[in-house]
Design a protein around this ligand. Structure first.
Ligand code: DGI
Ligand code: FE
Ligand code: FE
Length: 200
């Protein structure tokens, strides 16, 4: 029982988060929280912890991009060139920072899930994967093609679903010639190899 989370007041966090977001982003956040609890049930993870990570994952999303850059400078958060040119990517790093320093979250798994929710990374933890996938499949999302298939896959094989989202994201970014963050690519390559090895 080394993994017990301290008792967070979820209702208080919901109120705080609502105040930081526009209505659409708040509805998305509620959807992610809901999917996080469903995936936590499926993969036997702490439900409350998964909900907390889902609730906070986009806590920095509605900060204007200029302010994101300023806040990262101010708090010595390291930025890559790609992040400087695409500051929306910073909502993950900045979100992890705010979760710790503004919301008082000390749980390392929750912080990691927020930090890695946009690009993914190699060798993700179960909670990293839950938040990453929940973000993509929550009920209000309707942007991606093949969502129905990914939604089903998410409850069948978590790594297959993860890999599918990574590869669809890279394809989408290639199509609109978006700059690819090194971490997105590394995550994709890691899971491609991992799944290849499982085949033989
Ligand atoms: O914050 P959300 O919109 O809920 O979701 P998110 O944090 O997963 O961000 C999704 C966007 O991030 C999506 O349009 C794809 C984009 N993205 C993911 N990896 C990369 C990326 N964009 C760029 N330019 N480069 C990446 O490597
Ligand atoms: Fe996000
Ligand atoms: Fe999100």
């Amino acid at each position: 029982m080394g993994n017990l989370m301290k008792n967070y007041d979820m209702k208080a966090y919901e109120k705080k988060i609502k105040h930081e977001m526009d209505e659409g982003r708040y509805q998305h956040t509620m959807g992610v929280m809901f999917m996080c609890s469903a995936l936590a049930m499926r993969y036997e993870f702490d439900i409350q912890k998964a909900q907390l990570a889902g609730l906070l994952h986009d806590c920095a999303k509605c900060i204007p991009n200029g302010k994101k850059l300023k806040l990262c400078e101010k708090h010595n958060i390291q930025m890559t060139e790609i992040e400087r040119r695409n500051p929306f990517l910073l909502h993950a790093k900045l979100g992890a920072f705010l979760a710790m320093h503004k919301y008082g979250i000390t749980d390392k798994e929750v912080i990691s899930a927020i930090l890695n929710h946009t690009t993914g990374k190699p060798n993700m933890s179960l909670l990293d994967k839950i938040v990453y996938i929940a973000d993509y499949i929550e009920p209000r999302r309707n942007k991606a093609d093949n969502l129905a298939e990914v939604r089903k896959l998410a409850f069948m094989d978590i790594d297959q679903a993860l890999y599918r989202i990574l590869s669809d994201t890279l394809e989408y970014l290639g199509g609109k010639s978006g700059e690819i963050d090194e971490m997105t690519l590394k995550a994709y390559q890691y899971y491609r190899e991992k799944l290849e090895q499982q085949k033989v």
